[in-house]
Design a protein around this ligand. Structure first.
Ligand code: CA
Length: 365
């Protein structure tokens, strides 16, 4: 103890002497930047105390504080606490706050191509998305797309494959989707409409009541863990899989580009590594909590868990390509990123066929 204090004292002493003599290899401006403390704000799109989502962001802020030795303090606000949830993107873009957490497909009205950085129907799962973003050029495309909005995005969380949703009637054929009123957002909703369904947009807090009262016939939400918490098993009989519309949605951390540029390289690295760690933490949480909740839903609440029939999946898959092609024809960025995404996803499928898919089959033999 005494020795370590002595060591700290001598180190400080040496630094002071070296600085005074101008012998230090580190310029004074860099020393000043390294000692500067920052108080940043991060707004999320999630409700307060929302498990895994909001929880993960709060853990991220703690990690950054610890890793930076208290130099970078991030105060986290849930959706609506500082700015309305769906204004998080604008708040960071305009520099009102330094950071936000949400999902790129929330801004589809503004940046349709951003949807490739969350999830697209029949697109890549979490493993595929991580490969594309970290090692296949995806993140570079994402940064380029967000640059005009003064944002530096990072992948920070993934729900894994979601569930297909809750229904009160069996889906035996594509015709069973006709006229069905279902809460299903984004591109998945567009595909659902092409299949004859009636997609409805609705915030998480309203879903249970709407389904229970029959205002909607069906809904998707997240996966067993979050769906159980919402009590959806009390409002619908059948729980369908897989979540073809959201196969591995990526959650995003956005940093205002000017705020980002003001940080020393070590603090930038701290954010990058803490975001990657949170990305892994959230996916692991989803997987572990979903498998536990699935058992509860099946064994305790006797939920009928059913697979969409092959015929229904094949038709939804065909319609998904139609929707993606239509969107690509409307927007050059969408078209460009769709091509890059598709090339990677197609090759990923070919590799997956011999790796993950073949192994899953082998295990079940
Ligand atoms: Ca969902």
């Amino acid at each position: 103890m005494f020795q370590s204090k002595l060591l700290v004292f001598f180190t400080l002493f040496a630094v002071l002497i070296l600085s005074a003599c101008g012998e230090s290899n580190t310029p004074m401006t860099a020393v000043a930047a390294e000692n500067k403390t920052y108080k940043w704000k991060l707004v999320t799109t999630w409700p307060p105390n929302f498990p895994i989502f909001q929880e993960g962001v709060e853990r991220f802020a703690e990690d950054v504080k610890t890793l930076s030795n208290g130099r970078l303090n991030i105060k986290v606000f849930a959706g609506g606490e500082l700015v309305p949830a769906l204004q998080a993107f604008d708040a960071v873009s305009q520099g009102t706050v330094e950071m936000s957490h949400g999902a790129a497909y929330y801004w589809a009205g503004k940046i349709p191509a951003g949807q490739f950085f969350t999830a697209v129907p029949f697109g890549m799962n979490a493993q595929g998305m991580n490969s594309w973003l970290y090692a296949g050029g995806g993140l570079e495309l994402w940064r380029e797309l967000y640059k005009p909005h003064n944002l530096v995005p990072f992948p920070m969380g993934n729900t894994g494959v979601q569930m297909g949703g809750w229904f009160n009637k069996k889906i035996d054929a594509i015709a069973d989707l006709k006229g069905l009123k279902m809460r299903i957002p984004g591109l998945g909703g567009k595909v659902f409409a092409k299949a004859g369904g009636n997609p409805v947009l609705m915030a998480g807090g309203e879903i249970y009541t709407a389904l229970d009262r029959g205002t909607i016939d069906a809904t998707e939400w997240v996966g067993p863990f979050h769906d159980e918490r919402l009590g959806l098993y009390r409002a619908a009989k059948y729980y369908y899989y897989p979540g073809w519309h959201e196969p591995g949605p990526v959650l995003e951390l956005n940093v205002n580009s000017k705020a980002w540029a003001s940080l020393s390289p070590d603090l930038q690295k701290t954010i990058e590594i803490a975001a990657a760690a949170t990305n892994l933490w959230m996916l692991a949480q989803f997987e572990a909590k979903n498998l536990e909740a699935l058992v509860t839903l099946k064994d305790k609440y006797n939920v009928q868990v059913l697979a969409f029939p092959d015929e229904v999946i094949a038709e939804l898959r065909r319609l998904s390509s139609v929707v993606l092609e239509e969107e690509a024809a409307k927007d050059p960025d969408f078209k460009r990123i769709y091509q890059a995404y598709k090339t990677f996803a197609d090759n990923n499928d070919r590799w997956n066929e011999l790796s993950e898919a073949a192994y899953a089959k082998a295990r079940n033999r």
